[in-house]
Design a protein around this ligand. Sequence first.
Ligand code: 6PG
Length: 239
Amino acid sequence: MIQIFKSLEELNENAATIFLTAAQKAIEEKGRFTAVLTGGSSPAGLYKLLASETYKSKIDWSKVYIFWGDERWVPLDNELSNAKMSFETFLSHVPIPKNNIFPMYRDGISATDFAVEYEKSIRNILGDEGQFDLILLGMGDDGHTASLFPGEAVLHEKTKWVDAYWLAPQNMHRITLTAPLINKAAKIIVIAFGEKKAPALKEVAEGDYNPEKYPMQLIKPVSGQLLFLVDTKAAGTMS
Ligand code: 6PG
């Protein structure tokens, strides 16, 4: 389902309400809320809203668990780090217990070995079912999501929950949740705005099924809900 908003402010308010509602429901029903954050620049407005008094006071943060959907394999103080952006705009401003936050990076270990560790961390919290309550995703101008990039072998991963690889076009290692794990989620929200997203979004939503070129198309929840929150610029000429 795609919801189109006239302004980024309205889009972020809706995204924050979805996050808040999902958190309150999960905490009420299960005593905890497990969420996956996206990197990139798109979620910054949402993260700042969640850290604002309006929303911050409405969630029992002591029962929230935070993972990431993907990471650039760089130290946590590196400007490219998705975790750094998330802490600066959001996590440093809400009282989530440190042990409930799982940055997708550690010094002194390879990305490949850490991917195995990260999967164990997820299993410890979610169990073998592996269902997150909420996963936030962005979408690249090329139709990638998380670190599921066009033409990469990770698009065909069927069993691993977390994988890492050398992303040659960006000259860096990436670590990412795989499509099979993402698709187990109860709710997946994709945030995409701006006219640069329009060509890929149209292909993803209305084009032929071609996930090798548009990996966003791999995201099809097994039993959960997938919701695209986009602005009119990203919706472009979609019918
Ligand atoms: C990353 C992100 C990535 C991001 C898209 C969109 O590590 O880059 O996780 O998947 O969501 O590239 O990026 P923007 O939000 O900056 O457009």
